[in-house]
Design a protein around this ligand. Structure first.
Ligand code: PMP
Length: 409
């Protein structure tokens, strides 16, 4: 079992802010020293551009950048590293797909499917491409546990037709904390229509579940480094090789080129054809350090610990008669985050009062407006835990809510 107090020694932010209660790791996780050292090492010791210089510094930078790709490939169970594309974040990964692939396959008469609980990053790109081409955009609701209603043959039969070209789904909801059984859903989708592509938004899943893309059976998977203890500005798009090879570049420019003449251009092989311009070299190196860090902690241990923390939070929140939990109240049916609404206190007021006691939570629609509208609310408060969360943090959250009630009710 993991000890969050020992883990904290790895996170320098706690030295700067010993009293902070950081319950916003779903927005971005804190960074361990190993990641800061990797970033510092690149900028301090071998800062040079990649793929360009024939000198030692650039060769080292290139080797470390490509080693990071190998680390990511191993982390997600990809068969080859060239199927790992570095992007800025999950949002860019999904937009890259929507532009390069979506624009071609999402045409009039075709159907694209998402769930009601998608983050805007996995909702709006598909909606916009569908609108542009006059394709059908189908939004599937979630059940009371927050899982997309695609569990059984009847629902799959209704949603996945011969014209369904793509289904884009969250693995873990950033609002409901619910978990879609991606492997089972993908299997059913492919049984109904082997040509339907399945895109997985794994932004909230990578800290909780071991990722094995071939076992998931999906076609594409996207996530951000910064929620996985890595730096901001680096993300990943993984895709099946034959599908990536068939896609047009998303951006044109340096490093993604094979040959350019005044009459035509040809493009580099995977993965470089999707990485135009100078990439976030330090970011990729920092992400590899983050992955090595979390592998040392153990993804399974992280999941067990955050579930324990959220169970504590759910028990405490249940004592507030004005609070309603979004998604399941059963901790075994969710990951380590909880969103809730207080029927007398606006989330922004609650967030403000909590912040005065150094308790950091997220208040708003969490980039999931369709879900909030569906729930009949404009905003909610979200507390999200991580490997450094203690029961004391949860107690301070609960005490802060009590205080807000004393002040405002
Ligand atoms: N999908 C989910 C489920 C998320 O929680 C987030 C971030 N909140 C994103 C996508 C987008 O991540 P980013 O902002 O890092 O691109």
């Amino acid at each position: 079992m993991l000890n969050p107090k020992t883990i904290r020694a790895d996170f320098p932010l706690y030295t700067e802010h010993p009293h902070i209660v950081y319950l916003d790791s779903s927005a971005t996780a804190l960074k361990p020293k190993a990641v800061l050292d990797a970033l510092d090492g690149y900028y301090r010791i071998y800062s040079a551009n990649v793929f360009r210089g024939l000198y030692g510094l650039s060769e080292r930078a290139t080797a470390e950048y490509e080693r990071s790709r190998d680390v990511v490939a191993h982390f997600i169970g990809a068969q080859s590293s060239d199927t790992v594309i570095f992007t800025r974040n999950a949002t860019e990964s999904l937009n890259l797909l929507a532009y390069s692939l979506g624009n071609r396959i999402i045409q009039k008469g075709k159907r694209v499917v998402v769930s009601m609980a998608e983050h805007h990053a996995n909702f709006v790109p598909w909606q916009q491409i569908a609108m542009k081409h006059g394709a059908e955009f189908v939004v599937v609701p979630c059940d009371s546990d927050g899982k997309v209603e695609l569990h059984d043959d009847a629902s799959i039969d209704k949603i996945v037709t011969k014209d369904t070209v793509l289904v884009a789904l969250f693995w873990v909801s950033n609002v409901l904390g619910s978990v879609n059984d991606i492997a089972a859903i993908t299997k059913k989708i492919k049984q109904k229509n082997p040509n339907t592509l399945v895109v997985v938004d794994a932004a909230q899943a990578v800290t909780t579940f071991p990722v094995h893309v071939t076992e998931l059976g999906c076609d594409f998977l996207a996530f951000s480094g910064h929620k996985l203890f890595g730096p901001t500005g680096i993300g990943v798009l993984w895709g099946k090789k034959e599908l990536l090879e068939d896609m047009e570049p998303f951006m044109y420019g340096g490093d993604m080129i094979e040959r350019v003449s005044v009459t035509e251009s040809t493009f580099a092989q995977l993965p470089h054809r999707f990485e135009a311009g100078t990439p976030h070299i330090a970011g990729a190196i920092g992400l590899a350090a983050a992955i090595e860090y979390i592998a040392g902690v153990g993804v399974h241990n992280a999941h067990q610990h955050t579930q324990k923390m959220i169970k504590h939070a759910l028990t405490g929140l249940a004592r507030f008669k004005h609070i309603r939990i979004l998604g399941s109240s059963d901790p075994t049916k969710r990951v380590g985050l909880v969103s809730f609404v207080h029927d007398r206190i606006h989330p922004h007021d609650l967030g403000d009062i909590l912040s005065k006691d150094d308790v950091c939570v997220r208040a708003g629609h969490h980039c999931a407006m369709p879900l909030h509208t569906h729930e009949g609310i404009a905003a909610s408060t979200r507390a999200s835990t991580s490997i450094y969360t203690t029961t004391d943090d949860i107690e301070r959250l609960l005490a802060g809510i009590k205080k807000a009630e004393q002040i405002l009710l």
